[in-house]
Design a protein around this ligand. Sequence first.
Ligand SMILES: Cc1ncc(COP(=O)(O)O)c(C=O)c1O
Length: 379
Amino acid sequence: MDGAQLGSRACSTEVQGLGSMRSAPIRLAAPTLGEPEERAVLDVLRSGWLTNGPVVQEFEKRYAELSLWRHAVATSSATAAARLVFDYLVGAGELRRLVVPDLTFCGPAIQALHAGVDVLVTDIDPATLMLDRWAAPAEGEWLMPTDYAGRPSRLSGPKVIFDSAAFHGPFLKRRGYAAITSFYANKVVTCAEGGMLLTDDPELAAYARRARLHGIAIDAHGRDAKSSGGLLYDVEVLGQKSNLTDVAAAIGLAQLARLPELLRRRQELADEYARNLPAGAVPAGGEPGRGSNYIMPVLLGSPAERDATVAALRRAGIGVSLHYPPLTTLTALKGRIAAEPTPVTHDVAGRMVSLPMHGGLTRENVREICATIARALEP
Ligand SMILES: Cc1ncc(COP(=O)(O)O)c(C=O)c1O
């Protein structure tokens, strides 16, 4: 979990806003759910088939079509999807070192370490806040750029695995080996918990389909259909237990049906922020219109200004977070990862704050948030 949801809940119920009395805090993140999602879940519950079934298959098919990758394999999380890619490449003798940016979520890097892969942490481009450039990868070296804030990274090549956890469109054809995405509760498209592995490599896809269910040769749905034949199944690879449920996939499918609306709403909010933020608070990473506006990160002039801004927003009952505490600051990773100097990441992480961004936010909320920041920055 990246703390975004937790941050969004930590407020009192009656809050003094700017000139108006709000009855509730402004959450940092919140899912946009309604009748379509409720109906879809009920249908699955009443069908009697809860997991590894036809709804998961439909979700995979739809996501592959939309995202323009040939194969989509649903998993219990983006982190689990990353682990499947790493295990496959390690098993094939291809992956020994993974290069990741310092400004990213820790899940994939932790899984790389569990898979026996060396992790090299590198700095970000100050303009995009991403790992956007790298010389040709050495033998055994693969790159995992993060699509920061839901914007597609510009890195491409046969040894690129995109951490697309937060990127849900507008989709474009990407040149890389694979991508992982997340449907965690705070994401643009959610199914509470879930992920997807995307690739054009049929062998990786076939491996992942097995390895997400212990390594058993056919999934539960397929096994049931064939059960009149043999009772035996084989375990061909040492897998995980990281499959998705049909209940979750049903939520995901309903969300995909309204993806254009979800993206449009976030774009409107990003535009409202751009119009109202005071001069001392700048949208971080530029180009907020490029991608899915998963979060609204803003850079302040100094760590002191950031801390004052965070304190003022919290006092006003407005959820905040940081995407992300740099990997090089995380205790469990120290001594386990190699790191190049990452001054840009540390400068940015010291001056940045993520502001509320979700479909339930109103334009007035955005204006109130911006006015609160302006007051915090007054000399
Ligand atoms: C960049 C990034 N990578 C990976 C993840 C992990 O996703 P999941 O919770 O589905 O494993 C997140 C989740 O917030 C993320 O932001």
